[in-house]
Design a protein around this ligand. Structure first.
Ligand code: WTA
Length: 631
């Protein structure tokens, strides 16, 4: 596979932004910083960690018992102390921490650091009243509203482990995550708002907690008017819970290695994986990259468009900006509602300086035309970020020219749920190479290798790996050590990312795509296995196989091949029914854009579906080695 994969690299073309920004940046000179890191990796990270507050110091920066690393061993801290108290009891008490915008014109809520601190403490005390304590798991299934972030921070305040589930997931996906972590409490809202419509969340929760015996209480933020009825045995209103609660709550002293959160990500096979991140190392990684890669300064106004239901929202929507003491915007908006200029209007209105979004959104804006962004004043922008999938050169050029007006550096950040923080990028002020994310950030050793872990020559495709542990790396897959170990033992001595990549002569890395059965649709990871099992759970379906098909807008689209059970006839109506079924079980993000009814599927003799063959046929390509094919 990776070995036969060759990429022809065009002669390197660089964009060089104004290098002035580098002089004043937190990171400074990339090369110098990188050498500083290589000279003494532990000292490098230790110096970063010292910029934050700890209740007690570590006795060792790191231990590395392959494949397990621990960071800041023996230290105690609380991430909310660093996100809130540190600012409230210093100069940022009345600085705006969070601005929220709803879909309705002008609907806005603003929290200063002090107000956010109080709201978090009140809700933390509310959770304590429900008997939630250190180590308990809490599932947060909410739309993007301030209470979603308050709930995350309140959990962290008292040492409870949060599992945030994206509000666009369906019943099965939610059920799997609630039972996977054994959540004691589920926090939700009656509705989310999308394109002018109310999306009900609470009824999904009601179904998802059936046969989830760990769940004791459900906290509901009621936004709709008139207020929905609650079932008093288990359900409690968000505001009733915090009524009379104190706005002071001592932060729990957490060991650096205690779990901060579990976030699920799609797996290659079977069920999604609960990625475990810890209090100390994750905090240091989130802080370091928000500050040194996005170069957030005190007068910046920052906007990350990701939902906290994804890792990008965790690290760069919530924790990173708060750790740096930034002012940030969160919105419950879609990029093109009520019109394709909405996001640019928000950039103008709030004076956004650092903006972080996904290639899918950029490609959508390219289609709706330059006239939309051109209507607004985007001159406040200083840094543009991208994440989630390769930023293709056309999208890079458009983002750079139309949005950044050829002034703003583009920081294309490669990383994963598992890595917790940015790993590969082009720091501001460095020459940018469209199509290439860039080089490993200081603190990270990345390489492109063959199956044996040997570096491949520049220009030759290979597997993207990370060679040494880093503070914000995942600690395990919750309840599945073996699955965790696979990350480190697939390629000897390396953390395997499951991405294909190619390195240029200049050391810049181009990430090409996944080597496994994950499909990245509009920047969101979807496992073929998850969609297949949702399809097979429909009464008419005997077997299903799912592949990703390249799409100029969303990166990939999902195509499903379905074998019906005997006696069922293919029809358009049945197709619609299957799509609806996937929507209800997994959520709208996972619905196939096309379904084909077939009589058989290509399988190996051991019965494994060969998706690679399906994909080759679909795209009119050579299916390659099919010697293991059954017939
Ligand atoms: C892909 C998202 C190219 C990659 C933070 C990775 C990217 C997967 C980039 C992780 C990028 C993310 N360029 N590909 N800048 N960023 N990816 O866990 O395939 O949702 O392995 O984390 O997204 O997706 P995840």
């Amino acid at each position: 596979m990776a070995e036969d994969f060759n990429v022809t690299l065009n002669e390197a073309q660089y964009y060089t932004p104004d290098t002035e920004c580098k002089k004043n940046s937190w990171l400074g000179d990339y090369e110098k910083r990188y050498q500083e890191f290589l000279a003494d990796p532990d000292a490098y990270w230790e110096a970063i960690a010292r910029e934050l507050d700890w209740f007690s110091e570590w006795n060792q920066v790191k231990t590395w018992n392959y494949p397990h690393a621990e960071w800041f061993c023996g230290a105690a801290t609380n991430i909310t102390y660093n996100c809130l108290d540190r600012h409230v009891f210093n100069q940022r008490r009345n600085k705006v921490a969070l601005m929220w915008r709803g879909e309705d014109e002008g609907e806005e809520r603003v929290f200063t650091y002090k107000q956010l601190y109080q709201a978090v403490n009140r809700f933390a005390n509310g959770l304590k009243k429900l008997g939630v304590g250190k180590g308990d798991r809490v599932c947060i299934y909410m739309p993007v509203v301030p209470e979603q972030i308050i709930a995350m921070l309140a959990c962290a305040r008292i040492g409870a482990v949060h599992t945030v589930v994206f509000g666009g997931f369906g019943v099965n996906a939610l059920h799997q995550r609630i039972t996977g972590v054994g959540a004691k409490v589920v926090i939700t809202a009656d509705i989310g708002v999308r394109r002018g419509k109310a999306i009900t969340l609470k009824n999904i929760v009601e179904e998802a907690v059936v046969n989830a015996p760990s769940v004791e209480r459900i906290v509901i933020l009621r936004r709709d008017d008139p207020k929905i009825e609650l079932h008093s045995e288990m359900e409690i209103d968000y505001h009733d819970l915090i009524k009379g609660a104190s706005s002071e709550c001592e932060p729990e002293a957490m060991d650096a290695e205690d779990i901060l959160f579990i976030l699920y990500t799609s797996g290659t096979t079977g069920s999604p994986k609960g990625i475990v991140h810890t209090c100390g190392g994750y905090m240091v990684g989130a802080y370091y990259t928000a500050k040194y890669i996005f170069d957030i300064k005190d007068n910046d106004v920052y906007w990350c468009t990701a939902d906290p239901g994804w890792i990008t929202g965790h690290t760069y929507g919530v924790y990173g900006p708060l750790l740096t003491g930034a002012t940030s915007l969160i919105t419950e908006t879609t990029p093109d509602y009520p019109h394709p200029g909405i996001w640019w209007s928000l950039i103008e209105e709030y004076g956004i300086t650092v903006f972080y979004t996904a290639p899918t959104a950029i490609r959508m804006f390219m289609r709706t035309g330059e006239e939309w962004p051109n209507r607004y004043d985007l001159s406040s922008l200083r840094v543009l970020g991208s994440v989630g999938e390769p930023l293709n050169p056309e999208a890079f050029e458009w983002y750079y020219r139309v949005i950044g007006k050829e002034r703003c550096p583009i920081v294309d950040t490669w990383w994963q749920t598992e890595t917790g923080m940015h790993m590969i990028t082009t720091p501001i002020g460095e020459p940018m190479r469209p199509g290439f994310a860039g080089r490993p950030i200081p603190g990270v050793i990345a390489d492109v290798v063959d199956q044996g872990g040997n570096s491949v020559p520049p220009g030759q495709g290979g597997l993207l790996v990370i060679r040494e542990p880093w503070p914000s790396m995942m600690r395990t897959v919750y309840g599945d050590e073996e699955r965790y170990a696979r990350y480190w033992n697939t390629i000897p001595g390396c953390y395997t990312t499951a991405d294909l990549a190619v390195k240029g002569d200049d050391g810049y890395i181009m990430v090409i795509g996944r080597t496994d059965d994950l499909i990245i649709v509009a920047g969101h990871n979807i496992g073929t296995a998850e969609v297949e099992s949702a399809l097979v759970s429909h009464a008419s379906v005997a077997e299903a196989a799912v592949i990703g098909i390249p799409d100029p807008l969303k990166g990939n689209l999902i195509k499903a091949f379905v074998i019906l059970i005997d006696g069922k006839e293919p029809s358009e109506k049945l197709k619609n029914e299957l799509v609806y079924h996937v929507r209800m079980t997994l959520g709208p993000i996972a619905i196939p854009s096309s379904i084909e009814f077939v009589d058989s599927l290509p399988k190996t003799r051991s019965g494994k579906i060969m998706r690679r063959v399906l994909k080759a046929i679909e795209l009119g390509m050579d299916p390659g080695d099919i010697s293991t094919l059954e017939d």
